[in-house]
Design a protein around this ligand. Structure first.
Ligand SMILES: NC(=O)c1ncn([C@@H]2O[C@H](COP(=O)(O)O)[C@@H](O)[C@H]2O)c1NC=O
Length: 526
């Protein structure tokens, strides 16, 4: 970082913006502080129409804009004015009639918005690669010792405020900060260009470009990572497409930890699967209790908690409806909870949770899951990228493979447990009855062991397995999983099917008088 702590007066600014929002007001205020303005064609005309005194760049350089705007500002009188080191290059600047440009205000051709249009041609995409803009942005950022670079309209007001309070000057700290923002901006811009065209070259494909360029903004640094000896930070997408952990507002409580963020994400994404009032309690990334109740989230919470009260201790609780006072009170009276998250929190509920000042309370807003997105998983030396698992079957997609058909009540429970199983680490087995989980077996290396664990958990919680349904996130490789399920009282099974021993597995279900449906879609979660 530069050690120069000097402020610099802004005497001359070059303004060249594609997105012209707020630019007239900004330019007017700069003029009020006696800043001389230079501007490119479209921006120049807009400022002039608004009676703002401004010189067109073409008049200053003596060169017209040409080639449909491909060359506007690419001229030594512009770049010398931006890059010239005050105190070092003054003589050469004077010799060539170069005026110092102290501020550059630029936003770039809208490349991402252009290529997002379904009918965007290759020619449109190419013409929307801004060349002169990033060149000025990078030059001004490099010379931030003398020049301020402004790439975000959201910075206009704070810049004006600082200049007003400092006789038209900006501090070194502000110029440095603006310079780094500028490089973040050009990095993202070039990343988007590389991603777009990287799909069209050998090694690229429609979805996966040859190199993968993405930018995340730091939201917070945590005290530590998954374990205390690991440092960690939370980076978020620039513009998340739906309400999620990254966009949630923390209303109270201790700072979110690394594990809190990961577990809250798991709970929230699971509860999003349900349209009726639902509650998901997560412990160590797995749902340990889930329930849906037509009587509201209060009852859903009671039922979810009852699945596994032991594990729910210190858990993360997510709802898909506003947190109300009665539910908040039930939670706070009963258990130690790390995080509660819901689309919104009523004022009364907030007041109740406030009595437990460490509880992290988050409001995330209402979600819309219509946008496709990617999931990333880091492995040593690489990054795995896949579509987010937004797949889900409905009752009509279920293929009954046994002699016995499931009853209507069983179908409701099959879909319910299937939705839960999608969010349980593989191998996942979920027992459920009346839209309440009654046993969850997660993360075992064999499916039959996950089933045994689900049964143990149900027994431990004093919940009756007889008449419950069972979901398995992937097919049963052997009939033993079915035999065990029958032994504990499971009456109906949902699973993807597709094993080479499906016949044997179906025969086992028939032998036990069970109903079994195939989804044709599996939901591994590692
Ligand atoms: N070619 C150039 O020399 C050049 N100089 C500035 N621009 C861009 O032209 C746009 C503003 O143009 P106008 O003021 O004509 O509406 C800005 O997005 C700016 O980044 C240029 N355009 C593209 O490269």
């Amino acid at each position: 970082m530069t050690s120069d702590s000097q402020t610099r007066r802004v005497n001359r600014a070059l303004i060249s913006v594609s997105d012209k929002s707020g630019i007239v007001e900004f330019a007017r205020e700069l003029r009020a502080m006696n800043v001389e303005l230079l501007s490119t064609g479209g921006t120049f005309r807009l400022l002039e129409q608004n009676n703002i005194e401004v010189t067109e760049v073409a008049d200053y350089t003596g060169f017209p804009e040409m080639m449909d705007g491909r060359v506007k500002t690419l001229h030594p009188k512009v770049h010398g004015g931006i890059l010239g080191r005050r105190g070092t290059d003054d003589a050469i600047m004077a010799e060539h009639g170069i005026s110092a440009i102290d501020m550059v205000v630029v936003n770039l051709y809208p490349f991402e918005a252009t290529v997002a249009k379904p009918d965007c041609s290759l020619e449109d995409a190419i013409e929307n690669i801004d060349i002169g803009g990033p060149t000025m942005v990078r030059a001004a950022a490099k010379n931030h010792r003398d020049v301020a670079i402004v790439v975000n309209a959201s910075d206009y007001s704070s810049i004006l405020e600082e200049m007003r309070g400092n006789e038209g000057s900006l501090s070194q700290a502000t110029r440095f900060d603006l310079a780094i923002k500028a490089y973040e901006h050009t990095a993202a811009y070039d990343g988007a260009i590389a991603n777009y065209f990287g799909r069209l070259v050998p090694g690229g494909s429609d979805k996966f470009p040859r190199t993968f360029n993405s930018q995340f903004l730091k939201a917070q640094e945590m005290r530590y990572g998954e374990n205390p000896h690991q440092d960690s930070a939370f980076y978020v997408e620039k513009a998340p497409t739906e309400a999620c952990i990254a966009t949630a507002t923390q209303l109270q409580g201790k700072e979110l930890s690394y594990n809190n963020i990961a577990d809250t994400d798991a709970a929230l994404e699971c509860v999003k699967s349900f349209t009726k009032p639902a509650c998901v309690i997560v412990k160590h990334a797995n749902p340990c209790g889930v329930a849906v109740s037509l009587n509201g989230i209060g009852e859903a919470y009671e039922l979810a908690f009852a699945t596994d009260p032991e594990s729910a201790f210190g858990g993360i609780i997510a709802f898909n409806r506003e947190l109300d006072a009665a539910t908040a009170k039930a939670i706070c009276d009963r258990q130690f909870v790390e995080v509660i998250i819901a689309p919104s929190i009523s004022t009364e509920a907030q007041a109740i949770v406030a009595e437990k000042k460490n509880v992290r309370l988050l409001a995330c807003g209402q979600w819309d899951q219509s946008q496709p997105a990617f999931d990333y998983k880091r492995v040593n030396g690489g990054l795995l990228i896949q579509d987010r698992d937004l797949g889900m079957v409905g009752a009509d997609d279920l293929k009954v493979v046994t002699k016995r058909q499931p009853t209507e009540a069983e179908i409701h429970d099959l879909i319910f447990t299937w939705k839960v199983a999608k969010f349980v680490k593989s191998n996942a087995i979920v027992y459920g009855k009346n839209r309440q989980t009654i046993g969850v077996g997660a993360g075992q290396m064999s499916r039959v062991n996950s089933a045994r664990i689900a049964a143990i958990k149900a027994e431990h919680a004093g919940l009756e397995v007889k008449g419950a349904v069972m979901a398995s996130d992937a097919f049963f490789p052997f009939r033993d999983g079915i035999d065990n399920a029958a032994q504990v009282g499971i009456s109906c099974i949902i699973q993807p099917g597709g094993s080479i021993r499906d016949e044997e597995v179906i025969a086992a279900a028939d032998e036990h008088g069970m109903a079994m449906v195939f989804t044709g879609m599996r939901h591994f979660r590692h």
